[in-house]
Design a protein around this ligand. Structure first.
Ligand code: A2P
Length: 262
């Protein structure tokens, strides 16, 4: 477990559900993930699989308080009322009483990357702070935000996000955002820790994995842990789910440096 700035514990490795199709595939994947030991599940309204994720959580039989469930406000919702509405829709979809973590999915709509939504982000953030204070969410945060975008919401609310979930993997370490977040005690979650699969084809990664007697996926996930981030690997294969959790080894400092350079 890692500990967030508000003392909430978060399991170090989460199960990512981005690009897992809704219905039977998402249901079975999440059920398998919980069965093999994942306690931390990451979904989003925009993935359209919340209902399947919720059903799997319910059917898993695991106590709610042993699980850490994250969802996200769709990236195009940039007002207070829309945030309230979508949070309620997410809770209905998942069939849960509370969320462990709720994130603003992105600082701008995915089809208008880079658009200035500073005012809208503040409105959404205010609604999320209210849900947090009402105990409906145990921790709140953002995703895909850079330093300026975080500074904007903090300046207008005086409330620092607990988490920033960003794309983070070998070859894509977003150093400026990460060091800003580290300095302000904003925990980093690493989505696409395998670079959606691309990192696994890198020759240096393949060779180094052999040296540690692990797979390239295990080396990539371990790298995220060595950087004190929470990787959220995605897979629909039960064997790979197990493989991706089995990362109890250390990468030495020299090798970390080599990976940092990729
Ligand atoms: P699949 O779902 O068919 O297993 P990321 O988590 O960075 O988004 O990467 C996800 C991609 O990596 C998916 O295509 C997934 O395929 C693949 N993947 C996940 N775990 C492994 C693994 N242990 N070995 C090889 N490929 C993997």
């Amino acid at each position: 477990m890692y500990t967030l700035s508000n003392n909430i514990k978060i399991p170090k490795i989460g199960f990512g559900t981005w690009q897992i199709p809704p219905g039977e595939i998402a249901y079975k994947s999440v059920l398998d993930a919980i069965k093999v030991g994942y306690k931390h599940i990451d979904t989003a309204y925009a993935y359209e699989n919340e209902q399947s994720v919720g059903k799997a959580i319910k059917d898993s039989g695991v106590n709610r308080d042993e699980l850490f469930i994250t969802s996200k406000l769709p990236s195009h919702i940039k007002d207070y009322e829309g945030t309230v509405k979508h949070f309620n829709l997410t809770m209905e979809n998942l069939g849960l009483e509370y969320l462990d973590l709720y994130l603003i999915h992105a600082p701008w709509p995915w089809d208008e990357i880079g658009k200035d939504c500073s005012q809208g982000n503040v409105l959404a953030w205010k609604a999320m702070i209210e849900f947090f204070k009402a105990g409906k969410i145990r921790a709140i945060g953002v995703s895909n935000f850079n330093k300026e975008e975080i500074e904007n919401i903090v300046k207008h609310t005086n409330f620092v996000p607990h988490v920033n979930q960003i794309q983070f993997h070998i070859g894509h370490t977003q150093n400026e955002t990460v060091s800003y977040c580290n300095k302000h005690n904003i925990f980093i979650e690493a989505y696409s820790p395998l670079g959606t699969g691309r990192v696994l084809k890198n020759e240096t990664v393949i060779e180094m994995a052999k040296k540690y007697n692990v797979t390239p996926a295990q080396l990539s996930i371990r790298y995220c842990l060595e950087k004190n981030t929470a990787p959220l690997p995605k897979t629909t294969s039960k064997d790979r789910m197990i493989e991706n959790m089995n990362v109890d080894f250390k990468i030495n400092v020299e090798d970390i440096k080599i990976l940092d350079e990729l």
